[in-house]
Design a protein around this ligand. Structure first.
Ligand code: ADP
Ligand code: GN1
Ligand code: MG
Length: 365
């Protein structure tokens, strides 16, 4: 346990005695700990997170977004007869009324209730599971349709502006003088050949042909908690990037991760391809979950969303590799390069089978 962890935890409005604090290492961005308290024989669990302030420059704005959105979701869930304690994250205030505190080094911490009897997956185990996940992410947008997107801060400006991501990528290539640039020469070229594709969604939004909605923007399968007993989606987590965005982003990011045949850091590219059955299950769930909110044009562009966000993520991993692994948490020297190759293999796969994904999507239009 970190020596100052008790001091950090003591700043939150929680009663009882601290029993344990265990680190969870699945996310690429924040540092997450599971914390247990005991009071009068009963245990209560919380999630303690150190906000990555390299990635999220303004924790005040970040937490203002999250507290606003979860408060709204709690009211919607209660109105629809659900359980707001499990259906969204419940944040704990500090003694000073704020929803995050600082440690001695200026690090930012927040805390929320742990949700029991759930599991989060790194790989979609069945089409039923992934259809359920699709429904939950579609439903998330439906529930937030009445939330004023203009009241949300952009916690990471231009997060899914793929055109801008391409410029960042070129800057990373230009700034990389070392051997990583030679090692990644094939992948750099692969991305460069797809430069024009990067503007498709951005241009559609700018032209007013795609609506801006409140979106999650980081819809990886491991950002949703699934009930261990029923297999039903319980709660969407990792709300740091909830911002105005496009439904195509949420669809695309979920597909690039969950419809892949392999983990995001699988190095054997023969094992990496898109599973049509998983794509179909997610598309069905997502479109139904959105409850008729998606426009015809959005639905027809869903396969493009999957394509662009996969390309964007490959580009981001590659840029981070070239910049010396400053953004994503890595476990070894080539981790970001392996992740980039994995995503670019998926890009190639979706290009060669694009018509198949269009046909599947149209079935649910
Ligand atoms: P990161 O931004 O680093 O991805 P997350 O907020 O996604 O961090 O949390 C990391 C992991 O912690 C999740 O994938 C999930 O397994 C677990 N987790 C987070 N919140 C809860 C919760 N309220 N209840 C149970 N497990 C949780
Ligand atoms: C990060 O926080 P996490 O691990 O859910 C990243 C996503 C990437 C993803 C790739 C804020 O997600 O955008 O798609 O890694 N989150 C942020 O695995 O950059
Ligand atoms: Mg996460």
């Amino acid at each position: 346990m970190r020596p100052d962890i008790e001091n950090i935890i003591s700043q939150f409005r929680i009663s009882g005695e601290l029993v344990s604090c265990k680190e969870c290492r699945t996310g690429h961005i924040n540092s997450t700990f599971f914390v247990t308290f005991r009071e009068g024989g009963a245990e209560s669990k919380y999630v303690l997170q150190k906000i990555n302030t390299y990635v999220f420059k303004n924790p005040e704005q970040l937490m203002s977004n999250i507290v606003g959105v979860t408060g709204y979701l709690r009211r919607v869930i209660a109105k629809e007869g659900g359980d707001p304690e499990r259906g969204t994250l419940n944040f704990i205030a500090c003694h000073n009324g704020q929803y995050f505190c600082r440690d001695h080094d200026g690090g930012c911490w927040r805390m929320y209730k742990y949700i029991d009897n759930v599991v989060s997956y790194q790989l979609a185990e069945s089409t039923d599971l992934f259809r359920e996940v699709g429904f939950a992410f579609g439903d998330f947008q439906r529930k937030l349709a009445g939330y004023d997107a203009r009241s949300l801060y952009e916690t990471i400006p231009d997060f899914h502006n793929t055109k801008k991501r391409y410029s960042d990528f070129e800057r990373a290539v230009a700034g990389c003088a070392g051997e990583r640039r030679e090692i990644a020469a094939y992948e750099i070229d692969f991305v460069r050949q797809r430069r024009e594709k990067c503007s498709v969604i951005v241009d559609e939004i700018a032209a007013g042909r795609l609506p801006v909605r409140v979106t999650h923007n980081d819809t990886k399968l491991n950002n949703i908690l699934i009930d261990k007993d029923t297999g039903r989606a319980v709660c969407i987590i990792d709300l740091d990037t909830v911002m105005p965005g496009s439904a195509l982003y949420d669809f695309g990011d979920a597909i690039r991760f969950g419809a892949s045949s392999a983990l995001e850091d699988e190095a054997d590219l023969d094992k990496v391809y898109f599973r049509s059955d998983m794509y179909e299950a997610f598309a069905e769930g997502f479109i139904r979950g959105a409850g008729g909110a998606l426009t015809r044009h959005e639905i027809s562009l869903l396969p493009t969303g999957a394509y662009i966000i996969t390309l964007e993520t490959g580009m981001r991993f590659l840029a981070d590799y070239l910049e010396g692994d400053v953004y994503f948490r890595t476990e070894h020297e080539d981790h970001n390069l392996i992740r980039a190759r994995n995503q670019l293999k998926l890009v190639y796969d979706i290009e060669t089978r694009f018509g198949e994904f269009v046909r599947i999507t149209e079935r649910f239009a």
